[in-house]
Write a protein that binds this ligand. Structure first.
Ligand code: SF4
Ligand code: SF4
Ligand code: FES
Length: 246
């Protein structure tokens, strides 16, 4: 029977267990995904292995990990696409709770800072929205909150608390680009959100399992809004005349 060798990172900081790697040999079945292989280990070889998962259908975002160094969903990645040896590690941008489980709560703290959808006072429900705006907003709403884009972002890894991160720029863009919304969140992104740190490398866009064009459709439009506010002389003049800070 064909087998695959898994090298899995183990650690548990709360009990002082330092980082080490355990190797397991797992029988391969047709169509097997990495999460199946990890479940085989958990069920047959080492029940103490900690892994977070929920849907096994690439919908909940909870099985995010680094597979051979690349941030991916374990339930969406077929074993036969990764070769005979697969190294499985937790997301490196977040503190490890145990083995493959990371603490992503920082993202929920950032999410609390983002003002929610606030309709223009003159808008009457139900809102009539152009199809083009619905299509644009739909892309952002496919986000499954896996945080793979946060994990791959070198700014998050190096300046954790100074940049909200691509996942949150997607959320902000989905609200800012909504035609019925009346809040401009680019000021929040500029000052507290640290969007200036992003150098548009597009690494986040490359790993998104939902193929959201994070950099092209969310980050760059928000950067353009900020440039209009901060550097465009006509925009600045209008702001001064109208007595607006932003
Ligand atoms: S494009 Fe910006 S947000 Fe995306 S990975 Fe690069 S630095 Fe991070
Ligand atoms: S934008 Fe994509 S990579 Fe980032 S959290 Fe959402 S689904 Fe995951
Ligand atoms: S288990 Fe839900 S996305 Fe993988």
């Amino acid at each position: 029977m064909q087998t695959v060798k898994l090298k899995i990172q183990r650690s548990e900081p709360s009990s002082g267990k330092k980082v080490s790697y355990d190797e397991f040999e797992v029988p391969v079945e047709e169509g097997m995904v990495v999460l199946d292989a990890v479940h085989y280990v958990e069920n047959n070889l080492d029940p103490s292995l900690a892994v977070r998962w929920n849907c096994k259908a690439a919908r909940c975002g909870s099985c995010a990990a680094e597979l051979n160094g690349m941030p991916k969903l374990m339930c969406k990645t077929r074993v036969d696409t990764l070769g005979d040896h697969i190294t499985i590690e937790p997301m490196k941008a977040f503190p490890v709770v145990k083995d493959l489980v990371t603490d992503v709560s920082h993202n929920y703290e950032v999410a609390k800072k983002i003002p929610p959808f606030t309709p223009k006072p003159e808008m009457k429900s139900p809102f009539l929205i152009n199809q083009i705006d619905i299509t644009r907003s739909k892309e952002f709403r496919t986000c499954i909150e896996c945080f793979l884009c946060q994990d791959v972002c070198h700014v998050i890894r190096e300046h954790h608390s100074d940049y909200f991160g691509p996942k949150h720029v997607v959320k902000i863009a989905s609200l800012d680009l909504h035609p019925a919304d009346c809040i401009d969140r680019s000021e929040l992104l500029y000052h507290e959100g640290g969007l200036g740190f992003c150098d548009i490398t597009k690494c986040c866009q490359a790993v998104c399992p939902e193929d959201i064009r994070i950099t092209d459709n969310a980050i760059i439009p928000e950067k353009e809004r900020i440039v209009d506010h901060v550097y465009d002389p006509i925009g600045r003049l209008i702001r001064v005349v109208k007595g607006r800070k932003w």
